[in-house]
Design a binder for this molecule. Structure first.
Ligand code: XMP
Length: 511
């Protein structure tokens, strides 16, 4: 069976729906999330290797519970129901779902039938993660129960011949220890996949797709220094070579050595046609005297677009624009109702009137998969594993007016901090780690002299997705080294403080 045939996960609104797709992908099988109300014909049109019905917060017996097209079960495509998905399957096929009076939440002991397809090779006494009120109370015709818990006699069921399987518990969460193996059994043994969806495979597929989309037209890509735009650019370059031009707008707000790395990697190592726009003075000039965080963001965002536009108009006949849109952006776009806390501008955004078609080679990939592809393409480690960095750069880490002197101080302090964090092997364990320079001065003493200088704040956080974050418990001796080195080595700094706020109520960045 072809590796590009996806296992489609029908999303019934579970917190964990995305995780199911990710777990299946971990076993190198392509999996995508789709809305639960696609019809059987729409699903069949996508030529899936299998279908997973996700969990969801509703009860199948509620009048407006999210439904599914029962014809799905007649497609001859394997189906795995999880939690709500199991109940939806049972109900659609003539079984019964009801309230047994005992809901189960959290870690639960499970008795598995070892000959069930999903549980091959898994010890029969297993723990699992449950979160349900309803249970299957009568099996649909032809099904047999394949697992039980104290509260749910039918904790799993199968109709092996029709390749229909279901579990009441959550195999996708870490609290079900061999849950990913069960998903693998479904993907490999039931759906016939073989784990050949590798980064190399992704590259080959994308290269083909890009060639088909772009033909012999010219393509433009804005490089930010981040991993997404870098991997997107390298994929496109591999596909269409010098039809691609990359534009790197250097706004002078990057960290130490980052601009040089972009130029060396792309212009030098990969020989990608690269326009390096030195716009540092322009940005600094416009930022002079500006202290309001939103005003800074706005100036940087707009100027970026203007500079990019000027440069790209110089390149005639460009038809396509590369963007590093990720699968998580694709899934989340449209569902965003969160209040605006900060206006995040995306470097690479373009004015509408440029009329370029988008080329988005990462649209199907999660961040960690993008990194795998980057490694496969031979990208330098430092770039592949770079922590997220905001578009407006150091300007939103200087609290107050952005001046050359403050940029120099912050860049230097940040470089020391990064060096120590990396040396202590903490870099990859952190979502982000960086220095902040609040433009206040305090009194200190160095040698025998009074100093009146800036403080540097250490910000280091752990996070899954930047929506929430916790301050990292860095070891004291590491903090001490960072503090001592910054104060000794960075002129203009006489104090180092540690930010111990989580998000919320703090945000990760200071502006
Ligand atoms: P906050 O500070 O809102 O940041 O907790 C959440 C994540 O977003 C990054 N960030 C930005 N990224 N443009 C970006 O591309 C921006 O203007 C911007 N502001 C914040 C931040 O670094 C963190 O990872």
């Amino acid at each position: 069976m072809a590796a590009d045939q996806p296992i489609l996960v029908l999303d019934f609104g579970a917190q964990y729906a995305q995780l199911i797709a990710r777990r299946i992908r971990e076993r190198r099988v392509l999996s995508e999330l789709v809305p639960h109300d696609l019809t059987a014909a729409e699903l069949a049109a996508r030529n899936p290797a299998g279908i997973v019905l996700s969990g969801g917060p509703a009860s199948v017996n509620e009048p407006d519970a999210p439904g599914l097209d029962p014809a799905i079960f007649d497609l001859g495509v394997p189906v795995l129901g999880i939690c709500y998905g199991m109940q939806a399957m049972a109900q659609a096929l003539g079984g019964e779902v009801g309230r047994t009076g005992t809901g189960e939440f959290g870690k639960t002991e499970l008795e598995l039938q070892p000959d069930a397809v999903l549980f091959r090779g898994i010890p029969p006494a297993h723990s699992c993660w449950m979160s349900h009120n309803d249970s299957v109370t009568r099996l649909p015709d032809g099904f047999r129960a394949t697992a039980s818990t104290p509260g749910a006699p039918v904790a799993a069921m199968e109709h092996a011949e029709r390749r229909l399987h279901a579990v009441q518990f959550h195999p996708e969460v870490v609290h079900t220890p061999q849950g990913t193996d069960m998903l693998e059994r479904f993907a490999y043994d039931v759906c016939g996949q073989d784990g050949s969806w590798t980064p190399q495979r992704v590259i080959d597929e994308q290269v083909e797709r890009i060639r088909a989309q772009v033909g012999d037209e010219k393509v433009l890509c804005a490089l930010s220094g981040g991993v997404d735009s870098a991997v997107a650019a390298l994929l496109v370059h591999r596909a269409v070579g010098d039809q691609l031009t990359c534009v790197f707008v250097d706004h002078g707000l990057l960290r130490e050595g980052e601009a040089e790395q972009v130029v060396e990697t792309f212009g030098g190592h990969y020989r990608v046609p690269l326009v390096h726009v030195q716009a540092q003075e322009r940005f600094l000039g416009l930022l002079a005297g500006v202290t309001d965080p939103e005003a800074k963001r706005k100036i940087i965002g707009e100027t970026f677009i203007r500079v990019f536009e000027e440069e790209s108009r110089r390149l005639e006949g460009v038809r396509f624009l590369v963007q590093g849109t990720l699968y998580s952006d694709v899934i989340e776009s449209g569902s965003k109702t969160a209040a605006k806390i900060k206006s995040h501008h995306n470097v690479g955004g373009l004015p509408d009137d440029m009329d370029l078609e988008l080329c988005e080679p990462l649209r199907l990939l999660f961040k960690d998969e993008v990194r795998q592809v980057g490694i496969e393409l031979g990208m330098p480690e430092r770039m592949v594993w770079r922590q997220p960095f905001p578009g407006p750069g150091l300007a939103i880490r200087i609290i107050g007016d952005v001046t050359e002197e403050r940029l120099r101080i912050l860049r230097h302090a940040d470089a020391v901090l990064q060096e120590e964090i990396r040396a202590a092997d903490w870099y990859r364990r952190l979502w982000q780690s960086f220095a902040v320079l609040p433009a206040v001065k305090s009194v200190g003493v160095m040698g025998d002299a009074r100093t009146y200088d800036y403080p540097i704040v250490i910000r280091a956080v752990t996070s899954e997705d930047a929506m929430t974050a916790d301050w990292a418990r860095l070891p004291y001796d590491l903090l001490e080294r960072i503090s001592t080195r910054i104060i000794n080595e960075v002129p203009g700094v006489n104090r180092v403080a540690l930010d111990i706020s989580s998000k919320p109520p703090g945000t990760i960045e200071w502006e």
